[in-house]
Design a protein around this ligand. Structure first.
Ligand SMILES: [Zn+2]
Ligand SMILES: [Zn+2]
Length: 370
């Protein structure tokens, strides 16, 4: 398996105004470095950003999506960092590669983990490997925010998105002095490196590597079709949607359909919260990504044949927002050609299932545990 992909090399400060500026470490995401800047000055992150940008509620929005021009200029002067280096430690370039446009939507951004913000509180959205925190100084990387990353490529451990001791989501921006680094939980001060890691199927790792290599300029194929970055990620989102639809509405035909694609239908479970992919835990995402990889490996001909053989309804294969690539559209058009409009029945008056009520309960727990 390849070594971990590197997004950028890191940088040392030059002629900084602040007395103590830590090195921007390889792949470090900007919010992680800003918290370390604050702790190095002996203040909390809110004080640091409040003095830098008065009136801006910096930590109440997603700090990693990117800096405005004036914010980057101010920060560059105080921290002694070139603006380009600061921008490379945000998610802006990855967003533009994934969507061919730089702006983040107001709603969920595909493939970027959601922080679930309420003021400065969060419900998730940041992940780490405990063994990496043992072997190097603790900090968060670009990939700590990427939804296709669910496993540490160095240690093969499933990433963690909360404190294993108290269950709080990771909120390094709520650390205050005398903490000097990002190694502890902000709430209970548990040493994050002490968490137990778990290993998981390598298929999720294969997809993770393929996605990273694609963004690094390598080509990815679906069958014989060469797919660019937005198209390949669209294909993955579509397959994730198919897996989640099938887990909601189980049937014998969908079981046979997935068997044909080498996906273990019995093991296919609904994430406990039922939330969009960008909100799910690393473990839930790893299971879904592993099955997505198997579906990609099966290829478009097998998928189209399995749809036809087991009379798969178009409702099992909802199209995500965006522009579907030609390979997806040809499968969808093939499906629609076989179905009459009257095939789909809705049961609006039926009572809600126990599973659906339980899912709502898990969502409520997640909201209250910030
Ligand atoms: Zn690791
Ligand atoms: Zn804790």
């Amino acid at each position: 398996m390849d070594a971990a992909y590197q997004w950028f090399a890191g940088a040392n400060p030059v002629n900084a105004t602040w007395p103590l500026v830590p090195t921007l470490l390889p792949d470090e995401i900007i919010s992680s470095w800003l918290v370390r800047c604050a702790l190095a000055q002996g203040c909390d992150p809110l004080t640091l950003t409040g003095s830098l940008w008065p009136g801006v509620r910096f930590w109440c929005a997603d700090p990693d999506k990117g800096l405005s021009k004036s914010q980057a200029t101010d920060l560059g002067v105080f921290a002694g960092m070139p603006v380009e280096v600061l921008n490379s430690s945000t998610l802006a370039s990855i967003r533009s590669a994934l969507s061919e446009q730089g702006d983040f939507p107001n709603a969920i951004t595909p493939w970027i983990l959601c922080l679930g913000l309420r003021n400065r509180r969060r419900s998730g959205g940041l992940q780490y490997c405990p063994q990496c925190f043992v072997e190097r100084q603790p900090y968060y990387e670009i990939q700590s925010r990427l939804a296709w990353h669910s496993i540490c490529p160095i240690h093969q451990l499933t990433l963690l998105d909360r404190c294993q001791c108290c269950g709080s989501p990771l909120c390094p921006h709520l650390l205050t002095p005398p903490e000097e680094d990002l190694g502890r939980c902000h709430r209970c001060r548990f040493e994050l490196k002490s968490a137990m890691g778990r290993t998981i199927s390598s298929d999720a790792m294969c997809l993770q590597h393929a996605a990273d290599r694609l963004l690094a300029g390598e080509t990815q194929f679906y069958g014989d079709e060469r797919l660019g970055v937005p198209d390949w990620f669209y294909l993955c989102r579509w397959m994730l949607g198919i897996l989640r639809s099938a887990a909601r509405a189980r049937s014998s035909s969908s079981k046979q359909f997935f068997q044909r694609l080498n996906v273990d239908f019995e093991a296919l479970t609904r994430p406990s919260t039922g939330l969009p992919f960008q909100y799910l835990t690393p473990m839930d995402r790893a299971h879904l990504l592993a099955d997505t990889w198997k579906m990609i490996q099966a290829g478009p001909e097998s998928l189209a044949q399995a749809c036809s053989e087991f009379s798969i309804a178009p409702s099992l294969m909802p199209l995500p927002a965006g522009n579907p690539p030609a390979c997806v559209m040809s499968i969808i058009l093939g499906l629609q050609g076989r179905r009459s409009k009257g095939d789909i029945h809705h049961h609006a008056d039926a009572p809600r299932s126990g599973k659906s009520v339980l899912m709502q309960w898990h969502r409520l727990l997640r909201k209250t545990k910030r």
